[in-house]
Design a protein around this ligand. Structure first.
Ligand SMILES: Cc1ncc(COP(=O)(O)O)c(C=O)c1O
Length: 417
């Protein structure tokens, strides 16, 4: 063992990853006759018992519809639901719960913002995104551009997988109305220098949105410090349930935006002559919300808050460092995305092997990774690949699992050599 491995093993012990793994029942199973090694956390993360228990308890003890005020169960459900909103507010350090809107996930949150900003856009306006965006942060803007005559303009990416700041500086101009970029890239793991970019955009009065889907599982953002206008994420990548996500938006902008969907909850008064909208955040929450899911997401955030976040980040970095060290043990393997600032995500290719073959053969050994275009086709085009294989780590992964991944990759490579 070299010095780095010794240091990394020490970090993992300090973090007590084995104790943490016991909180995630799904991890202790066999898949294809082998102990499961789950390295597809970027696609969706696993859920701790705290989340399962909170949702179970909600359904056993307090389920009813919310905001009706007619009976005790309704009050309990409403208290749990609005309490969850406060947990999210605190997690993001938003100024008010009015600024925390429940959505189905990141995708719906971006669609909501794009639609809400449409009245502010006209022909010739520019929406700056980047070449490394997930389709969820490209397509909604293209649809709005089509409707308004605005144009979607991509910021270039460097070969290492960083946002090209020269490209950003040259593209930010008087026609720019919106800057919508990933806080962290789902393919490359790059942590983008979003605070600096937002400051530059703000100086020109540009509205800013951060796609935090891949950031929140690894670190806690502070929306007031970032000063972004919108921040979006999905619960299921943050160790919470599927079916719910969050849109943070500055109240002043949300007030100006029209509702996204119509129906119950989002109105103040309805008549055939004139219908008026509810106050924030309800104006954007038409219909019965995902109540148990909100409770589950809050439980996930509380669970994360109970961990030593600094130790967790150190443990995650140790996983990535070990993986980086082992790349040279697999002939023909190369990493796509070598930015200086990264979360523990490793996209890679192996000469002569199709990513989907790598995925299938790893699965036979109990190892789950993601392969394909990762909903980032423009980025695949930039790197000239049809897809990549991607191992995305979470704080419950171990150094031993990293070793197992590479042992399995060596096997796969030998098989095809
Ligand atoms: C960076 C990024 N943005 C958006 C999304 C879409 O998230 P969801 O499918 O939960 O709406 C993902 C999902 O992989 C993502 O990684």
């Amino acid at each position: 063992m070299n010095d780095l491995s010794v240091a990394n093993t020490t970090i993992q012990k300090a973090f007590d990853v084995e104790a943490i793994r016991r909180d995630f029942p799904i991890l202790s199973q066999q898949v294809n006759g082998k102990p499961l090694v789950y390295l597809d956390n970027g696609a969706s993360a696993q859920k701790p018992l705290a989340v399962l228990d909170a949702m179970d308890r909600y359904y056993r003890e307090m389920h009813s519809n919310v905001h009706r005020g007619a009976h005790t169960l309704g009050d309990r459900a409403t208290t749990a639901f609005e309490g969850a909103r406060e947990t999210v507010r605190s997690f993001l350090n938003a100024g008010s719960t009015q600024e925390v809107i429940w959505t189905k996930g990141t995708t719906e949150a971006i669609n909501l913002v794009a639609n809400g900003l449409a009245p502010k856009l006209k022909a010739g306006d520019e929406i700056l995104v980047s070449h490394m965006e997930h389709h969820a942060n490209i397509v909604p803007w293209q649809m709005i551009a089509e409707r308004t005559g605005a144009k979607v303009v991509p910021i270039q990416v460097t070969p290492a997988g960083e946002l090209d700041q020269d490209s950003f500086n040259s593209l930010l101009n008087d026609r720019t109305r919106v800057l919508a970029v990933a806080h962290v890239s789902n393919v490359l793991g790059t942590i983008n220098p979003v605070a600096e970019m937002i400051a530059q955009a703000k100086a020109r009065g540009v509205i800013t949105l951060l796609d935090g889907a891949q950031a929140v599982p690894h670190f806690q953002p502070d929306v007031q410090a970032l000063d972004c206008d919108f921040y979006v994420f999905s619960s299921h990548k943050l160790f919470g349930p599927t079916g719910i996500g969050v849109l943070y938006g500055k109240a002043a902008l949300l007030e100006e935006m029209p509702p996204y969907q119509g129906g119950g909850e989002m109105i103040e008064r309805v008549s055939f002559e004139r219908t008026t909208w509810n106050v924030l955040p309800y104006k954007f929450e038409a219909g019965t919300p995902a109540i148990a899911e909100a409770v589950g997401l809050a439980a996930a955030i509380d669970y994360l808050s109970s961990l030593d976040r600094a130790a967790m980040e150190a443990a995650e970095n140790a996983l990535l460092e070990r993986a980086n060290q082992l790349v040279e043990t697999v002939p023909g393997m190369s990493v796509i995305g070598t930015a200086k600032q990264k979360v523990p995500v490793m996209s890679f290719k192996i000469d002569g092997l199709h990513p989907s073959d790598i995925g299938t053969l790893l699965d036979q050994q109990g190892i789950a990774i993601r392969t394909g275009h990762h909903c980032a086709m423009p980025l695949m085009d930039f790197y000239g690949v049809p897809g990549t294989a991607r191992a995305s780590f979470a704080f419950y992964n171990t150094l031993d699992e990293v070793e197992q991944l590479f042992t399995a990759l060596q096997k796969v490579q030998r098989l095809f050599a």
